[in-house]
Design a protein around this ligand. Structure first.
Ligand code: MLT
Length: 344
């Protein structure tokens, strides 16, 4: 740190921070304290940060920090980048080369539920976006709906110049996929439907959605997270992976009120997709956590039976978010399915 000139009590100083370098595991910042009255630089400092884990080993700069400093796209290393897709800007983790694999999160979660699959499913161009209202994506005050979510995804695919992709969706991500099939079927090379359902909402379930909407508006995302966390993760996960319970709760707390309300209205008003299932003619894998209470395995079985060439895998010891609760098992079944789908 260099001191160039004195500053006096009552002086107004501006502190400017510049990013000099953003590396894989480090970043360098330059600070300058300047007195706007006469333009004198009072002090300047150069700070080098190296990210380390609990063992003191260098570890990658966290996505949030890299994005805050405006890191740009690189499909080589994979990073979260915000893409202008017309009406909104969507954040997405885009990694690898190969045919497209488009991963859509559930409610009220974000792209990070797929972080293990994004990290491991090499040979595919993995694209995990935050839907509007969630994660680092824009959260406009209104204008949500399953059709809008589906169109946003396709616009992102356009931005990435991918004519087609295998689409995976968790729960609400599955509802979005049914909409992608209705509106953009020619873009779908294969389907992975995780812990989802094809039915529309019952009258009772619609009332529960309205209650949750009121809760989000009155008390905010933390109250929604409080209500949902115990139901989202399986009992085995709750017992054996307390850190994951905290992570999922924090992920939900980061959602915006606009996103939560918009998504709940979309979920509440969704159409019945059962008639669509027999028309699906792309390779399809259905995945469900054995301990899923929100969308129990029976619903996945019904979907599998209705799609002419679908296969189903049940993930032991996992609840509604098996890609996070049992990441290795989910990545393995996805890799096997993708390998077969690539050849078909
Ligand atoms: C989800 O995970 O997306 C939600 O459980 C969907 C729903 O509540 O229907």
């Amino acid at each position: 740190m260099e001191y160039h000139a004195p500053a006096f009590a009552g002086d107004i100083l501006e502190v400017h921070t510049h990013l000099d370098k953003l590396g894989n595991t480090s970043l360098e910042l330059r600070h300058e304290a300047r007195r706007p009255a006469d333009g004198v630089v009072v002090a300047a400092a150069h700070l080098l940060f190296v990210m380390i884990d609990a063992q003191g080993r260098p570890t990658p700069v966290p996505d949030e920090v890299a994005v805050f400093f405006g890191r740009r796209a690189s499909t080589r290393t994979g990073e979260v980048v915000r893409y202008d897709v017309g009406e909104v800007t969507l954040a997405a983790d885009v990694r690898g080369d190969g045919p497209g694999l488009f991963l859509i999160h559930g409610f009220p979660l974000d792209r990070t539920i797929w972080k293990h699959q994004v990290a491991t499913l090499s040979g595919w161009r993995r694209i995990a976006p935050d839907l509007r209202g969630f994660g680092f994506s824009d959260a406009p005050p209104g204008g949500y709906g399953l059709a809008t979510f589906a169109d946003d995804c396709i616009r992102l695919l356009d931005r990435l110049r991918l004519p087609k992709a295998v689409f995976a969706g968790l729960s609400m991500g599955g509802y979005v996929l049914f909409e992608v099939l209705r509106r953009h079927r020619e873009r779908v090379a294969g389907l992975i439907l995780c812990d989802t359902r094809a039915e529309a909402e019952s009258a009772e379930a619609r009332r529960a959605r309205d209650e949750m909407i009121a809760l989000a508006r009155d008390e905010g995302p933390a109250a929604v997270a409080e209500r949902m966390t115990p139901r989202v993760l399986g009992r085995t996960t709750q017992r054996t992976q307390p850190q994951l319970v905290v992570q999922v709760r924090e992920m939900m707390e980061r959602a915006t009120v606009a996103g939560i309300v918009g998504a709940l209205e979309a979920i509440r008003d969704r159409p019945d997709s059962r008639a669509l299932l027999p028309t699906i003619d792309v390779p399809t894998l259905v995945v469900v956590g054995e301990e899923d209470e929100l969308t129990p395995p029976a619903l996945s079985r019904a979907i599998t039976e209705a799609i002419p060439s679908a296969a189903m895998t049940t993930i032991p010891g996992a609840g509604h978010v098996p890609m996070l609760e049992a990441p290795t098992a989910v990545s393995r079944v996805m890799a096997e399915f993708l390998e077969a789908a690539r050849d078909s």
